[in-house]
Design a protein around this ligand. Structure first.
Ligand code: FMN
Length: 176
């Protein structure tokens, strides 16, 4: 699939079929994540790939809303960074996250980002601390996001080109 075609087709998919993702595809997702560019090539990220259903169920409770659909996913990737390795770890993790989503799209997988950084699990527990406890992660891990993956069980049309907010772009007029 050409890149623009992948971009056109990608939509946030939150409903997944009860179908395992093939090991070969999971390996390709791992490769894609590790090919993400990062500032100064420091690669501060760590990726935790989770396919165990009961762990996905626990992780789906990381937030009161906006994460519940992870329990129906076939794969969740928890995107972390190690504290102190890079001052721009948020950018590095975000780039890796979107690369994972686009790689997933190229493999016919649906996906959706789940925001974790600066989100709360409950009044006193951050989503980050909740996830670290579920997965037994070291104290110096920072959790940025989770990406849910699975074979889509919902269809979403590409956003029509007429709906794209070209007014948010300045530069040479359309000369086509
Ligand atoms: C930084 C970021 C955080 C997001 N957090 C969540 C989230 O926590 N839960 C969720 O269901 N979707 C989340 N999304 C998905 C957006 O809601 C979605 O991308 C947006 O509505 C546009 O829809 P589309 O992806 O289908 O084009 C997030 C997306 C981004 C880029």
């Amino acid at each position: 699939m050409a890149m623009l075609e992948i971009l056109r087709k990608r939509r946030s998919i939150r409903r997944y079929r009860n179908r395992k993702i093939e090991d070969g595809k999971i390996e390709l997702l791992k490769e894609a994540a590790l090919r993400a560019p990062s500032s100064r090539g420091i690669n501060p990220w760590r990726f935790i790939f989770v396919t165990d259903k009961s762990t996905l169920q626990k992780l789906s409770k990381a937030k009161e809303s906006g994460s519940g659909f992870l329990k129906g996913a076939s794969l969740g990737v928890v995107i972390c960074a190690v504290e102190g390795e890079s001052d721009v770890w948020v950018e590095d993790c975000s780039i890796a996250a979107i690369i994972l989503q686009l790689a997933g799209q190229s493999l016919d997988l649906g996906s959706c980002w789940i925001q974790i950084r600066q989100r709360m699990h409950s009044d006193n527990i951050s989503s980050e601390d909740y996830i670290k406890q579920v997965l037994g992660l070291p104290d110096n891990f920072l959790v940025e996001s989770m990406i849910a993956f699975g074979y889509p069980d919902e269809e979403k049309e590409p956003i029509p080109i007429e709906q794209l907010e070209y007014e948010k772009i300045s530069g040479p007029a359309n000369i086509a």
